[in-house]
Design a protein around this ligand. Structure first.
Ligand SMILES: C[S@@+](CC[C@H](N)C(=O)[O-])C[C@H]1O[C@@H](n2cnc3c(N)ncnc32)[C@H](O)[C@@H]1O
Ligand SMILES: *[C@@H]1O[C@H](CO)[C@@H](O)[C@H](O)[C@H]1NC(C)=O
Ligand SMILES: *[C@@H]1O[C@H](CO)[C@@H](O)[C@H](O)[C@H]1NC(C)=O
Ligand SMILES: *[C@@H]1O[C@H](CO)[C@@H](O)[C@H](O)[C@H]1NC(C)=O
Ligand SMILES: *[C@@H]1O[C@H](CO)[C@@H](O)[C@H](O)[C@H]1NC(C)=O
Length: 318
């Protein structure tokens, strides 16, 4: 059982306030002071709940779900530390101009995936162009591409290619010879076929990857955009081993805390010195602000500063 002092104090304070408010003679100043006090106490308790600030906290929690009682055992000190540990050393960085061919060789057996695309059995399943994105043309892309002038961009979470194609156009306008490497398992999420009925499915296989490829072809971006159709976890671990690095890394795959946390940690290992990592949905309330919590925690652990640019977060040095 956890004795949570701040929580107890907050509860007591909130109780006092509501009793106070029930009376008619509230003085606005007192009201604001009390309001401020509860929020301040709430803030303190939130901070103290952060395992980083309180490494010796007891974790034992009992959750009862119908007839099963699960004891979440306190993790050993080592386990608590393990949560922050990702592969630390990547392979020696390969030159950026070798990245595309390296991916073609190692992922596509030496043949471009756009070769002969779309094959006759695929073509009838595709629309000539079908793009949908979320904040995919925000000013952040132009701002960062102008600033970093990246040779390599790595994108986690591509979907139909809206943001990748936008970045390809921006780099083309600037005359940069940028290679954009898109990582997506191209599954979308469970329930996708209901939301995107016009994206065909064959034996449970959604045509998301093919439609993304078709969009890239349609925008003449096959030279600029290459992809890895795998989970972000396995793709990033592999790229680390292969010494593939990026000057600009965009994180926009899983938006729950745990996905965002591991994506950011793994992606950061691939960032070239002077590069920038950024991502979507710093402000969304979906998934209990999973992305924001992960970004903030990552910044805190690594001594970085979070900047907002539209809906996006950008990590910089303090
Ligand atoms: C919000 S969409 C990306 C949108 C895109 N960046 C844009 O602006 O147009 C998220 C994508 O992440 C992919 N995704 C989610 N979790 C993933 C994972 N663990 N590995 C690979 N892809 C993942 C989904 O398939 C989906 O296409
Ligand atoms: C407990 O079981 C009921 C009925 O099977 C279900 O509706 C409910 O969601 C369950 N609650 C939890 C916490 O699993
Ligand atoms: C839980 O256990 C009790 C007693 O063993 C039983 O009567 C009840 O039906 C169980 N409920 C569920 C949701 O399994
Ligand atoms: C990969 O390429 C080699 C040489 O071109 C070929 O012999 C082999 O069949 C290819 N493998 C696959 C899975 O296509
Ligand atoms: C792609 O190239 C074709 C042929 O050069 C051209 O007609 C078309 O307008 C281009 N599309 C885009 C989006 O740039």
């Amino acid at each position: 059982m956890i004795t949570d002092f701040p929580a107890a104090i907050i509860a007591a304070t909130r109780k006092k306030i509501s009793a106070f408010l029930r009376r008619d003679f509230i003085k606005p100043a007192a009201y604001f002071i009390l309001l401020f006090l509860t929020y301040y106490l709430g803030y303190l308790s939130a901070v103290s709940k952060n395992p980083l600030c309180e490494p010796h906290r007891h974790y034992s929690t009992t959750t009862t779900t119908n007839n099963t009682t699960n004891m979440i055992k306190p993790p050993s000190q080592a386990a608590a530390v393990d949560h922050y540990q990702f592969k630390t050393r990547c392979g020696d960085p390969i030159p950026s101009q070798l990245i595309r061919q390296s991916i073609l060789n190692r992922v596509f057996n030496g043949t471009s995936p756009y070769h002969d695309f779309p094959q006759p059995h695929i073509k009838p399943l595709l629309r000539q162009q079908r793009i949908k994105g979320w904040g995919s043309t925000g000013a952040v892309f132009k701002n960062l591409i102008n600033k970093v002038r990246p040779k390599t961009i790595i994108e986690l979470g591509t979907f139909l290619g809206a943001s990748a194609i936008h970045m390809a156009e921006l780099t083309r306008q600037l005359g940069l010879d940028t290679q954009i490497l898109c990582i997506d398992d191209f599954r979308g999420w469970p329930g996708l076929p209901n939301q995107f009925r016009d994206i065909k499915m064959v034996n449970g296989d959604t045509m998301l990857m093919y439609q993304f490829m078709q969009n890239v072809v349609q925008f003449n971006a096959t030279e600029a955009i290459i992809f890895m159709p795998f989970s972000t976890g396995s793709a990033l671990e592999t790229l680390c081993a292969w010494g593939v690095t990026g000057d600009l890394i965009e994180v926009d795959a899983g938006h729950d805390f745990h996905s965002a946390w591991s994506d950011i940690n793994r992606a950061y290992k691939l960032l070239r010195p002077g590069g920038v990592i950024f991502g979507h949905d710093y402000f969304t309330v979906a998934d209990n602000r999973g992305v924001r919590r992960a970004v903030n925690m990552f910044a805190r652990v690594n001594g970085l500063r979070v900047k907002a640019d539209g809906q996006h977060w950008v990590l910089g040095s303090l």
